[in-house]
Design a protein around this ligand. Structure first.
Ligand SMILES: [Zn+2]
Length: 126
C-alpha cells in the first residue's frame, strides 16, 4: 500500500518554469531524484526529505482509515470570543494535503492528491 503513481505533486521552482511534477512515494524511494519534464532541472531528495514525505503519506492514509471515528469528532475553535465547533473531517479535508519542505535553498510546496473523506451526512439526507 502507498500512494498511487503521481499522487503527490509540486511546481518546478526553476526560473519561471512552474511545471507540475507528479510523483509517488514508491518512485522517490527508488530513484531519489526527480527531473522536471519541461526544463530538466533535477530535484535530489535526501533521506530526511524522503522520510518526511513517507510519514506524511502514512498520516494521510491513517486519517482515511480512521474516517468512521473522525466523522463524529469536532474541534472547538475560538473565533472572536465565541467557540465554534468544526467537524474534524472538514478540517482534515482542507488542511492535511499540503506539506512544505526545503530542498537546498528552495522551499517546495507538496500537494498530496487524496480523495476527500466521504460526505456521509449529505448522502444520507438525499
Ligand atoms: Zn521546470
Amino acid at each position: 500500500m502507498g500512494t498511487k503513481d503521481g499522487d503527490i505533486e509540486f511546481r518546478c521552482v526553476k526560473d519561471n518554469c512552474g511545471t507540475l511534477i507528479p510523483f509517488s512515494v514508491k518512485e522517490i524511494d527508488r530513484s531519489r531524484k526527480l527531473t522536471c519534464p519541461a526544463c530538466h532541472n533535477d530535484y535530489v531528495f535526501n533521506e530526511d526529505l524522503i522520510a518526511k514525505i513517507r510519514k506524511f503519506d502514512n498520516l494521510i492514509r491513517a486519517v482515511k482509515d480512521a474516517e468512521d471515528i473522525l466523522g463524529s469528532t469536532n474541534v472547538g475553535i475560538t473565533v472572536r470570543g465565541h467557540e465554534v465547533l468544526v467537524p474534524y473531517r472538514l478540517m482534515l479535508t482542507r488542511l492535511s494535503t499540503l506539506l512544505t519542505l526545503k530542498i537546498g535553498s528552495e522551499e517546495l510546496l507538496f500537494h498530496f492528491r487524496v480523495e476527500p473523506l466521504k460526505e456521509r451526512e449529505y448522502t444520507s439526507l438525499k
